[in-house]
Design a protein around this ligand. Structure first.
Ligand SMILES: O=C(O)CCC(=O)C(=O)O
Length: 258
């Protein structure tokens, strides 16, 4: 990790890094996650965005990626913390013809009382622009431009207004293709989106989210959805998140792991 990459993440809120994971390993991971999705969700219906979480608890091969020290070490460096824990894994399969992923940032959905949270997004095949790569609005503070915009879950107006605001404010949008082996990291405050999948192949990715060791479950009731019990069983509002489902994935103070 170059200092330039660490600085870029701090400024832009995301970074794309090439040649992080062996392409052959990713081909095997794609096969494994495809079969898990078929097992859990059945065969792909048309136009769907299929996903599954917490696969690492069931599957040894997936676990090797989700708990990868290499990936977690990058997250540790980007967040400038000593150690990171896993929040959850997420397999994402955007089927042929499936539309846009609307603009959003993740901090709203994470009941974690910390800003030191990021997600590694790991493509499981090369992703051309036609396939809808994850795309980012640059700027760690870009979210402040739209903090007061009311969210409308019934139509696409929120998504369209965000695109307009980013355009008016000349926010750079980074929507380039991904090579196989290239992965991105986005901060929980980074606005991101993805285009439709206009190819005839599923656009598959594994997303793993990490947070700084020592962070607590938020005590604000509005933030706490039923899901937190699935991802951090036994943790009470305000308590340190250290359940068995949130292992430390990398700790820079354990020199043996450096
Ligand atoms: O894969 C996508 O289209 C969206 C993924 C995403 O929003 C995320 O991993 O945070």
């Amino acid at each position: 990790m170059s200092q330039e990459s660490i600085d870029q993440f701090a400024k832009d809120g995301y970074i794309k890094l090439k040649n992080v994971i062996d392409p052959n390993a990713l081909k095997l991971l794609r096969e494994q996650i495809s079969s898990i999705l078929v097992e859990v969700l059945g065969r792909a219906p048309g136009l769907a965005f299929r996903s599954d979480e917490m696969m690492w608890l069931q599957d040894d091969f997936v676990r090797r990626f989700v708990l990868s020290k290499r990936i977690a070490q990058i997250a540790t460096k980007l967040l400038k913390v000593n150690a990171v824990r896993l929040y959850h894994d997420n397999a994402l399969s955007k089927e042929p013809g499936c539309g846009r992923t609307p603009w959003h940032y993740d901090h709203h959905h994470f009941p974690i009382d910390s800003l030191n949270i990021c997600t590694a997004w790991i493509p499981l095949q090369p992703i051309s622009k036609k396939m809808g790569p994850l795309a980012f609005a640059a700027g760690m503070e870009t979210y402040k431009l739209v903090n007061n915009l009311p969210f409308n879950k019934f139509d696409t107006s929120y998504d369209m207004q965000l695109s307009d605001i980013f355009l008016k404010n000349q926010i750079p949008i980074h929507d380039s293709a991904f090579d196989l082996g290239e992965i991105s990291f986005h901060h929980a405050l980074s606005f991101h989106t993805a285009g439709a999948n206009m190819t005839d192949e599923s656009r598959m990715a594994l997303a793993t989210t990490y947070f700084e060791d020592g962070a607590c479950l938020t005590s604000s009731q509005t933030m706490i959805s039923g899901d937190f019990q699935k991802f951090m069983p036994g943790i009470k509002p305000g308590g340190i998140i250290n359940s068995d489902y949130n292992p430390i994935c990398y700790d820079s103070t354990q020199t043996i792991d450096k």
